[in-house]
Design a protein around this ligand. Sequence first.
Ligand code: SAM
Ligand code: SF4
Ligand code: SF4
Length: 353
Amino acid sequence: MNTSQSQVLPEPAKDLFGRPLRSLRVSVTDRCNLRCQYCMPEEEYVWLPRETLLTFKEIVFLTELFSEQGVDRVRITGGEPLLRKDLASLIGMLQKNTRIKDIAMTTNGVLLAEHAQNLFDAGLHRITVSLDTLKPERFKALTRRDTLAQVFEGIESVGRVGFSGLKLDTVAMKGYNDDELIPLIEYGKRVNGEVRFIEYMDVGGANDWSADKVLSRKEILTMLAQYYGPIEPVAEISSAPAQRFRLPDGATVGIIPSTTMPFCSTCDRSRLTADGMWLLCLYAKSGLDLRKPIRDRRSREDLVSMIQSVWETRRDRGAEERKELETSTGRGRFIDIDRLRQDPHLEMHARGG
Ligand code: SAM
Ligand code: SF4
Ligand code: SF4
């Protein structure tokens, strides 16, 4: 593999709607040490065979090809990325690519305290921790594990080892944590983290999803305004999924309205599964296998042209299409359970959220 690179910043590849290829989410494992009901409700799954997982060298090589097509932001995710052995060395390898301006990671935080320093030293820029509740019993009910204390330790380690820009992502669900929006924001202030509320999505194996459990952006804003007073949108030009708002005391909070106000029209994200399947949308039902061609030693030019031609024909707008169903056939189950069992790539934990 040739890892040399020129310093000329590439013009990003554009898809059929003119959306550039900018952001790559790299899943490093499909395994997880939690069992969040909205993501991985079962205990056992059809896991990706270990020998199919991309090596760090393969991930770095593919990331390099993507960066030549315009990718300048990489997010490490999973499953739970911290279950991947020696993750810091992957970060160290990725940060050598000068085209990548931002390397972030999304984690459930359980193992974060023990890895935060190494990740910081290796060059990771930012961390997002998923945190749905501050209540241990609720955490246990949602995740089937009793590890909220470790998550808190992980969150507290982020600032201590030197990271800034901590984000805390909360899937907001009616009847589950809709009474914790304010406590979560207040906790975020204490740990210097911006809380972002994600609308519950009907992705992958989220087989418990139903429209009446979605706490919408509108409802979230009403609840926040009732408590804090007037809330101002933060004016910024960004392709980031979160809309940001400023509270009267200056603190900011984000809302990711994927279900009620999808933002596909500006989506510059794609996903690489841990076994090298490239998915153009969170809702994609199939993808491009990049592992086989690299293990078959196809030329760099072939790989680049595959990536380019696939992105140039991209027309994915999964969340918008799901929403449109509300006014036609109805928003039934996204994927049947039998099909999920046959193809683990369809699961949210395989594609990285
Ligand atoms: N395990 C890591 C974690 O939980 O942060 C990274 C992978 S997880 C799949 C990435 C994100 O997807 C998490 O913030 C999680 O809350 C979110 N997620 C999973 N299922 C979801 C769903 N059905 N609706 C909305 N967000 C979801
Ligand atoms: Fe929960 Fe993340 Fe694990 Fe899914 S991958 S079960 S969201 S911790
Ligand atoms: Fe992008 Fe697909 Fe999500 Fe729409 S649903 S924002 S196209 S990943």
